[in-house]
Design a protein around this ligand. Structure first.
Ligand code: NDP
Length: 329
């Protein structure tokens, strides 16, 4: 379909969950989308294909740790907006790969900001910040002014990148914003993340008498939301008159245990199938966290009212449909 493309956007981390939903949103808004990947192979397009937008994204390879590659790509396409979603995004993995996580998640952001400052300072940058930065919080709900006490290498990397973005906005007047997103899920969530793991394993194996679901600390509480709605907030942030940072969340926390119980009940699985395994317990973990989304609602006009159990209903059906399709292929 030919469209008149009004703006050009870079999306780093295009192959991930949010990269796919954001591509779909920007395609619907007539953007020219340049997808940045470290390695352009068939798998990079998998999630875009599932949303039917792979053919609308121009893929480019770029090593975000190499500023000359970043400069070359910006010079080539002169984007209006950059959505920086690429990151080593797993808290668990960050304990195993602290140096790689911290190095990539910080230096890639600095390279993008430096390239913007040097080449085209009117590019608007969205940085994928994370609620994990707040960590051990003294007061809930989290607001943008809550003191940070990160509890993992991932959280430290995101906190540092967050302040680099603030610093470039304040020092050079760049239009750069942090979207501080709380956990958000979808059918396209990468394998291994908690909600995806519970859904995928339970849907696939619940008839297998030998299967058990192995998990770590499940009495911790998190604020969960739905990715397709959260990417709308990313776009809204870059359309505002003044660049600012926003908390994007549902505003409520629930225990991981309650998610398992809900999924098990829906699929008629006995709770005896749940096994707590020390191998999944992290050295440090946040006990409870939820945020205040009212500034995003009032200042950006972002709308979000979903209860996470409603999201789980959608995800259970999508996972089931996918599994049935695969078994009949
Ligand atoms: P995903 O894990 O699904 O996607 C991460 C993307 O980053 C992938 O495209 C991946 O590419 C890319 N990436 C990872 N490591 C590197 C690297 N070393 N070099 C280049 N690219 C790399 O994440 P989500 O879509 O869920 O999240 C998007 C962003 O939002 C991330 O920055 C994440 O940290 C942040 N965030 C996510 C939250 C959530 O609940 N989903 C909550 C708060 C923040 P490849 O396919 O090549 O591996």
């Amino acid at each position: 379909m030919n469209k008149i493309q009004v703006k050009t956007a870079f999306i780093t981390g295009i192959s991930g969950q949010d990269g796919a939903y954001l591509s779909k949103l920007l395609w619907e808004k007539d953007y020219k989308i340049v997808g940045i990947t470290r390695n352009n192979h068939a798998d990079s397009l998998e999630k875009l294909k599932q949303l039917g937008v792979d053919q609308y994204v121009l893929m480019e390879e770029c090593d975000l740790l190499d500023i000359s590659s970043v400069i070359t790509l910006i010079n080539k396409h002169m984007p209006d907006e950059i959505y920086n979603l690429a990151a080593q995004s797993s808290v668990g993995l960050s304990f195993k790969q602290p140096i790689g996580t911290i190095n990539f998640n910080i230096v890639s952001v600095l390279n993008l900001l430096e390239a913007i400052r040097i080449i085209k300072p009117d590019i608007r940058l969205y940085q994928a910040s994370s609620s994990e930065m707040y960590g051990k919080v003294a007061e809930l709900p989290v607001t943008i002014n809550t003191p940070m006490h990160p509890l993992s290498p991932y959280a430290i990397s995101k906190a540092s990148a967050h302040w680099i973005v603030v610093n470039y906005r304040e020092s050079y007047g760049l239009y750069a914003c942090n979207g501080v997103l709380f956990n958000h899920e979808s059918f396209l969530r990468s394998n291994g993340f908690f909600v995806k793991k519970v859904l995928q394993e339970t849907v696939r194996n619940h008839h297998n008498p030998d299967w058990v679901l192995k998990v770590g600390s499940i009495d911790v509480k998190r604020d969960f939301g739905y990715s397709p709605n959260y990417v709308e907030a990313m776009w809204l942030m870059l359309q505002a008159e003044i660049a600012d940072d926003f908390i994007i969340c549902s505003g409520k926390s629930i225990t991981l245990r309650s998610i398992i119980e809900y999924v098990f009940a829906k699929l008629d699985v006995s709770i005896n199938k749940l096994v707590i395994d020390d191998a999944f317990i992290r050295p440090t973990d946040i006990e409870d966290i939820y945020g205040d989304n009212s500034p995003a609602k009032t200042k950006l006009g972002w709308q979000y009212e979903l209860d996470f159990y409603q999201v789980l209903d959608i995800l259970i059906e999508e996972e089931r449909a996918f599994f049935e399709r695969k078994t009949h292929e």
